[in-house]
Design a binder for this molecule. Sequence first.
Ligand code: ADP
Length: 476
Amino acid sequence: MKIAVFASESNPFCKTGGLADVAFSLSKELAAAGHKVVFGLPYYKNLRLGDKKPKEIGSFNVYLSWRVQEARIYSLNEEGITYYLIGNDYYFGRDSLYGYDDDGERFAFFALAAKSLLRFLSFDADVVHVHDWQAAMLPCLIKEGKPFDPFFRKMKFVLTIHNPAFKGLLDRYYLGDFYNLDDHLFTSGQVRFDGMVSTLKSGIVYSEKITTVSPSHRDELLRNEGGHNLDGVLRLREDDFLGILNGIDYTEWNPLADAFIAVKYDASSRASLHEQNRADLLSSFHIVDQKGPVYGLVSRLSWQKGIDLVIDNFENLLSKNVNLVVLGSGEYGLERRFEDLRARYPEKCGIYIGYNEKLAHKIYAGIDFFLMPSLFEPCGLSQMISQRYGALPIVRYTGGLRDTVKGYTGKANEKTDGIGFNDYNISGLSYALGVAEGLYQNREAMEKCVANAMMANHSWKRSAALYEKLFFSLLS
Ligand code: ADP
């Protein structure tokens, strides 16, 4: 297949969130499976290119109604993917990826340039995969742009929604004044959302298929759980709307080849080697082993992640023989509360405020239980990472957490690989922590769950195969 991908970020060049991981890892797998994958990405000023030198291959004008802006195109190869960097200093020669008053105009340029790029390259893609609001207008631009260009006739479009909170809302006049599109698309409701133009909604309306990052999150969006208000338009497209779980990067997250941890291990050697990684972790935090379960958390410290519930519970739980290690940064109030917790239990509780990749690896390898009681979680990666390292995730059943964790409730079977609870409140998590305590005392059940967790398949290969199947289903 010929696949064209358009996204506003991609590993290893630029990243603000999971979108960069997904767009890159998926493209890499599809290229490895033998497909021709081209990737259109803005040429931001601060792309991390290392010693790579993108080659300038040409330029063309992009017409945003009466404005004319040049797109200079550079190419480079990475992991089998051909990247086309879309350069324009006025729009992308800035310090950050997003957060500017004219982001609407910047990504209108990106979407218009994306259309011209396909033409410029004569790349007659079988499937054009667009991600999130920044690229979501492309299917509409191609299908409604006048005059219609037969070059695009056979192309099929897939939109992936990573973050439904960002809808690409623009004033109505953008339609004509930037996108060169007819105002009737607004009056007919095709691109209208809440009295404005929404690029994300337009992607939902004009793409052949729509996906999001887990099956449960798909259902939540359809039920409007989370209040993103996309349920109306998504219900119209329900039959073409799928949830496909993200994978994790098995090269980055592999306990058998992890240079950051004290002792490397796999499912068969974990039981005998775990003690050493545990000791190394606790000494990194300068805390004393309480000979009970070690709980850990690696997360943005945000209200979305259920951090309050963790602190509320551990204020009491830390009076028992347990350890807690925390790595994260974010909301000041939550950081302060963790600092207070450490002050109360300095020997049992270790807190690192900040971002630290090496320490994250040590935590996944050294703990027994990983805390992830999120209020909402479209997919979540940390629970899958912790499973791969044999740390059982304690999750609230929401979004991707529901899809990846089969909770132990007193009996270990072939599937149980973590602990889950439903009610988002202190007693919900307290119940799950009680289950964890019981499980920790039952060595046999614990080891069974750990083995299940480590054997679970969360590779990108599995996810990419589902996207590939979806793409094939579009070919006529
Ligand atoms: P998010 O909503 O933040 O994207 P995910 O679970 O999808 O949550 O991904 C979080 C990723 O970021 C994981 O790989 C986790 O290990 C990493 N991470 C989060 N906070 C930190 C931190 N303070 N230091 C190191 N890694 C972190």
